[in-house]
Write a protein that binds this ligand. Structure first.
Ligand SMILES: C[S@@+](CC[C@H](N)C(=O)[O-])C[C@H]1O[C@@H](n2cnc3c(N)ncnc32)[C@H](O)[C@@H]1O
Length: 302
């Protein structure tokens, strides 16, 4: 069964976990780093601000509406192109694509934004496995981000074919339009840290995957190298918001984006949350990229 093959590939990938995994040395943000929404008072974090839980979704939607048209350019500038290397690595480790003799697959890219990861998955499936039949569902809460993705799909990629890709507005916490046990691969890249209720999103991921299906997340994480961490901290808080102002004329949205990274749980804690949602991990369940600036987490629904 192809989903088993995928699961096996992923298991192999997650075994190759960097020896550099571990928690960041820097603790200055430890009070705000722990993930939890304050359920009693119904508040949560929005960057470093505390906001009513019910407001977070529209605040996040506002940020991405503001950045949608400049998102791809800013991504390249801010990460010096490194996000492309991480995404390529993410996709090649997952090795998605229909194997000979099996049914076409159903891929789901949640918080898919402008489509970067979705296009890479379709490209990998085509080039590596000759698979032009598996289907990609790109979903995101923000219609402006999806509109940018659809525009890119039409103009830049050979994958725009309504039989191969669809773009839908969906909240990753509920995925109302995605049936139970329907997906072979669920990906979420640089999106889940923006969700209000991450455990609920993980349970939903488990719901929509077929048995044998693979959950894979690429997200900013905790840097495990003191020198890099200090540089990264300085760069994040002093350079990125200024670039946001200069390039996108929007300092606040980029300030939120760097703050949201600090609130996201560190590698081990997030792996535990994936496990608690019902997924099986291999080894620690994650691989650090660039000393933990980003991390790839993988779980399999058995
Ligand atoms: C930083 S972008 C990442 C986009 C893309 N995955 C990439 O790697 O380039 C984060 C995306 O998460 C989406 N998002 C935030 N909260 C969401 C939610 N609850 N459900 C679905 N998408 C959400 C935003 O609209 C935005 O498009």
């Amino acid at each position: 069964m192809l989903s088993r093959t995928l699961a096996r590939n992923v298991t192999g990938a997650s075994k190759r976990v960097s020896a550099l995994s571990g928690v960041s040395m820097r603790r200055q943000f430890s009070a705000i780093r722990s993930y939890s929404t304050d359920k009693d008072n119904k508040t949560t974090h929005f960057g470093f601000k505390t906001v009513p839980e019910g407001q977070k979704e529209s605040l996040v939607r506002g940020v991405f509406s503001n950045v949608a048209s400049s998102y791809d350019v800013m991504n390249d500038v801010m990460s010096m192109g490194i996000h492309r290397i991480w995404k390529d690595h993410f996709v090649s480790r997952l090795d998605p694509g229909r194997r000979p003799g099996s049914e076409p697959l159903s891929f789901l890219d949640v918080a898919g934004g402008t489509g970067d990861v979705a296009f890479k998955i379709l490209e990998h499936a085509s080039k590596t496995h000759g698979d032009r039949q598996s289907f990609m569902n790109v979903v995101d809460i923000n219609p402006e981000m999806l509109a940018e993705g659809e525009k890119r799909a039409r103009s830049e990629t050979p994958y725009f074919d309504e039989n191969r890709i669809s773009f839908k507005v969906q909240n990753g916490e509920t995925l109302d339009a995605i049936p139970d046990n329907s997906q072979d691969l669920y990906t979420v890249a640089f999106g889940i840290r923006n969700f209000t209720n991450i455990p609920k999103a993980l349970e939903t991921a488990h719901r929509v995957l077929k048995p044998g299906g693979v959950f894979a997340c690429l997200e900013f994480s905790r840097v495990d190298n003191v020198v890099l961490d200090q540089f990264y901290e300085f760069y994040s808080f002093n350079v990125i918001p200024v670039m946001g102002q200069l390039i996108a004329n929007d300092r606040d949205s980029y300030q939120y984006l760097v703050e949201s990274i600090k609130n996201f749980p560190e590698q081990e804690k997030f792996a535990q949350m994936i496990k608690e949602a019902g997924f099986t991990l291999s080894g620690p369940g994650y691989e650090n990229l660039t000393f933990g600036v980003a991390a790839m987490h993988v779980g399999v629904k058995l």
